[in-house]
Design a protein around this ligand. Structure first.
Ligand SMILES: Cc1cc2nc3c(=O)[nH]c(=O)nc-3n(C[C@H](O)[C@H](O)[C@H](O)COP(=O)(O)OP(=O)(O)OC[C@H]3O[C@@H](n4cnc5c(N)ncnc54)[C@H](O)[C@@H]3O)c2cc1C
Length: 418
C-alpha cells in the first residue's frame, strides 16, 4: 500500500476509462506513469488506437510521488557523453534534453496543468572537490552549449538555500520544479479526451513473442492483441522481459513534506539537489511546505517514513528537524548501471522507456512522445537514445538486492568521508 502524498491532496486523481478492456490496439502500454500517459496522449493524437494498462492507480508510481525537480540535460554530463559516444551523439542528446524541457513547458500550458511551475535549480556541493568540478562544468556548458548558469560561493549559497552545510553551488535558470502528479493528471485527462483507453486496475502478467498481452483485470484475465507494445512500468515492473529485469534496479526513495513554513527558507524558491551519491533534494512548494527527499532502500519501505527521512532533513536544516509533517511517502525508481535511460525498440514492435535513474520528470514525458513518434514512423529520437549503453547489473536479477545494499552502504560511507 503506497502512502498518500501532499500532491494528491492538491489535485484530483486521474480516473481510468469506463467500459471493458479493448482486445485490439495499435499501441498497448504497460504502466500509467508519466512515460505511459505521455505515450498514450501522443499516440492517440497521432491517430493510434491506444490501450494503456495500469496495475494499480494511474500516476501513483514514481511519477506521482517524486521530488518534482525538472533537470535539464541528461543524467550524465556532456563530457561523459562525448567521451563515451562521440561528439555527434553527445550533441544530439543535448538537443533532445532541451526538447524534453521545452515539451514540459508546452504541455503545461496546452493542457492547462495546474502544476505550480517555479524556475531555478541549484546544485549544492558537499565537498570542495565537487564544487571545483561543478564550477568547471558550468564554464564548459556556458562556453560550448551557450547554457549560462550562476556560480554561488559558500556565503551566497547559504543565503540562497538557508543552510551553510554546503561549500558552494551552481544555479541553473533552465531547471525548476512543479507538482508532478498534477502534470500526470493533465496528461491522463487529455490522453483520454484524445481517445486513448486507460484501464486500471489492469496488471499485465505476460507479453508474448508476438507482443500479445495477458492482463489481470477485475473482470478476470483478458488478452490484448497489438501491433506495438511499450513497457513503461519502470522500477515497478518485473517479470515481463528478462533482458530488462537484468538492467533496471528498483530502488526505493523517501520524501517528507513539512507543514507550510512560516518564513521562506529558500528565498528565491529554487529546487535544490546535492552532489552526494545518496542524494538529498529539496524545495519549497507553492504553499511553503519543504518537500525534502533523502535516503534510499531496496525492497521494503520503512514503516515510519518521516522518522527515516528526518535525520537527513536535520543534517541539512537543523532548524526544521522538529517541524510538523504534512505527509511522508516512498516511491520506487528504476536505476540503470550507466545512470542513463533505456529508450529503444527491444525487438520488432516491443519498445521500452525506463531507467531514468532519478531524473525522469522531463525525460519520461519526452520518452513517451518519442515512442509514439517512432511507431508513427519518425524514429530519430529513439535511435539517438538507443546508442546509449545498457549493461546488465552484475549477478543478474537474483543478486540485485544484495548488490544494491552493498552499493548503498558503500556510497553512504563515501558521502560521509567526502
Ligand atoms: C521518491 C522519488 C523522487 C524522485 N524525484 C525526482 C525528481 O525530483 N526529479 C526527477 O526528474 N525525477 C525524480 N524521480 C524519478 C521520476 O519520478 C521517474 O523517473 C519517473 O516518474 C518515471 O516515470 P514512469 O512513468 O516511467 O514510471 P512510474 O511513474 O513508476 O510508473 C510506472 C507504472 O507502471 C505500473 N506497472 C508496473 N508493472 C506493471 C504491470 N505489469 N502491468 C501494469 N502496470 C504496471 C506501475 O504500477 C506504475 O504506476 C523520483 C523518483 C522517486 C521514486
Amino acid at each position: 500500500m503506497e502512502q498518500p502524498t501532499v500532491y494528491a491532496a492538491d489535485v484530483a486523481a486521474p480516473l481510468p476509462s469506463a467500459g471493458p478492456l479493448p482486445t485490439r490496439a495499435d499501441l498497448a502500454i504497460v504502466g500509467g506513469g508519466l512515460t505511459g500517459l505521455s505515450a498514450a496522449l501522443h499516440g492517440a493524437r497521432r491517430g493510434l488506437r491506444v490501450v494503456l494498462c495500469e496495475a494499480g492507480e494511474l500516476a501513483n508510481g514514481a511519477s506521482g510521488r517524486n521530488g518534482g525537480q525538472l533537470h535539464p540535460g541528461q543524467r550524465r554530463d556532456q563530457i561523459y557523453l562525448k567521451e563515451t559516444l562521440g561528439a555527434d551523439a553527445a550533441a544530439a542528446l543535448w538537443a533532445l534534453g532541451e526538447e524534453a524541457v521545452a515539451l514540459i513547458h508546452r504541455l503545461r500550458t496546452e493542457l492547462n496543468a495546474d502544476c505550480h511551475w517555479h524556475p531555478g535549480l541549484i546544485e549544492a556541493c558537499h565537498t570542495e572537490a565537487h564544487f571545483d568540478d561543478a564550477r568547471e562544468y558550468a564554464d564548459y556548458l556556458d562556453y560550448t552549449h551557450d547554457a549560462p548558469s550562476q556560480v554561488l560561493d559558500k556565503a551566497a549559497l547559504a543565503q540562497a538555500i538557508g543552510t551553510n552545510r554546503y561549500v558552494g553551488g551552481v544555479r541553473d535558470p533552465a531547471g525548476g520544479h512543479l507538482n508532478p502528479f498534477a502534470l500526470a493528471a493533465a496528461l491522463s485527462l487529455h490522453a483520454h479526451l484524445s481517445g486513448a483507453h486507460l484501464h486500471a486496475p489492469a496488471r499485465v502478467t505476460s507479453v508474448g513473442e508476438d507482443n500479445t498481452l495477458k492482463v489481470a483485470t477485475d473482470e478476470g484475465e483478458r488478452v490484448v492483441r497489438t501491433d506495438a507494445v511499450l513497457l513503461a512500468g519502470n522500477g515497478y515492473m518485473r517479470g515481463l522481459d528478462p533482458w530488462l529485469d537484468a538492467r533496471i534496479l528498483p530502488l526505493v526513495n523517501h520524501i517528507i513534506a513539512t507543514a507550510p513554513l512560516p518564513e521562506p527558507v529558500i528565498p528565491g524558491g529554487e529546487a535544490v539537489s546535492d552532489t552526494r551519491a545518496v542524494i538529498r533534494y529539496f524545495r519549497q512548494d507553492h504553499l511553503g511546505r519543504m518537500i525534502f527527499g533523502g535516503g534510499e532502500s531496496f525492497g521494503r519501505r520503512p514503516r515510519d517514513v518521516a522518522a527515516f527521512v528526518r535525520p537527513y532533513l536535520r543534517e541539512v536544516y537543523p532548524q526544521l528537524a522538529d517541524s510538523p509533517v504534512d505527509a511522508a511517502w516512498s516511491g520506487t525508481l528504476g536505476i540503470t548501471a550507466e545512470r542513463l535511460p533505456i529508450i529503444r525498440e527491444l525487438r520488432p514492435g516491443r519498445y521500452v522507456a525506463a531507467g531514468f535513474s532519478g531524473q525522469g520528470v522531463g525525460l519520461s514525458v519526452f520518452a513517451g512522445k518519442l515512442i509514439a513518434d517512432a511507431i508513427a514512423g519518425d524514429r530519430s529520437g529513439v535511435e539517438t537514445f538507443a546508442q546509449l549503453k545498457a549493461r546488465p547489473f552484475p549477478g543478474g536479477p537474483r543478486l540485485q538486492g544484495t548488490i544494491a545494499r552493498i552499493a548503498m552502504a558503500w556510497f553512504a560511507v563515501r558521502d560521509r568521508l567526502g
